[in-house]
Ligand binder design. Sequence first.
Ligand code: G3P
Length: 225
Amino acid sequence: MKFFIDTADIGEIRDLGKSGLLDGVTTNPSLIAKTGRPLFDALAEICAALPGPVSAEVTATEAEGMVAEGRALAAIAANIAVKVPLTWDGLEACRRLRADGTMVNVTLCFSSAQALLAAKAGASFVSPFIGRLDDIGQDGLGLIRDIRAIYRQYPDSIATQVLVASVRGPLQVVESAKLGADIATVPPKVLRQLVQHPLTDKGLAAFLDDWARTGQTILKQAAAE
Ligand code: G3P
């Protein structure tokens, strides 16, 4: 599974990106607004910070405007993936931007029918918002299951990657991986939760306590060799 970080906060992107475990970034107008920074400045810095796809969302609602904005966003850096909403205009813009050779992330996906159309439009990524479905008592992971069941029927014609979005916690990442989702885009807080386990902390503390009692250090012994 690929891991994207779901934030426009360059500090978080740099901090977690140092691990080498991040494959991309997703932003949206709300995440950009939270930074208080000009869109193009923020995106240029993010694109330089990580080599993977960086999703940048258009704000036009008509296809013509989406294409114009998408082309302007794509010109920022080679790793920009233009985000368009899952509407008829968004699907038309997706096809036209893909014809330019631009990566396109079709976002705000909440149904299998929508995901089928995103694949038909040649989307590079489709972003099912599973947390927002769960928030209203619907089955977010069930949507991932259904999309994967549809997409794997057409391995020769569907190249759209399922990019699980609106992730609320580690279990959604794990269950999405079990379902074969290609990517999870994860808020920094949840990324940090993924690595945490109290027994790891307890076990490491015990190892280090026992080691400290030996009075040895690895590098001193290496130097003495
Ligand atoms: O990438 C989409 C994501 O940012 C939406 O998450 O928590 O606003 O549903 P959320």
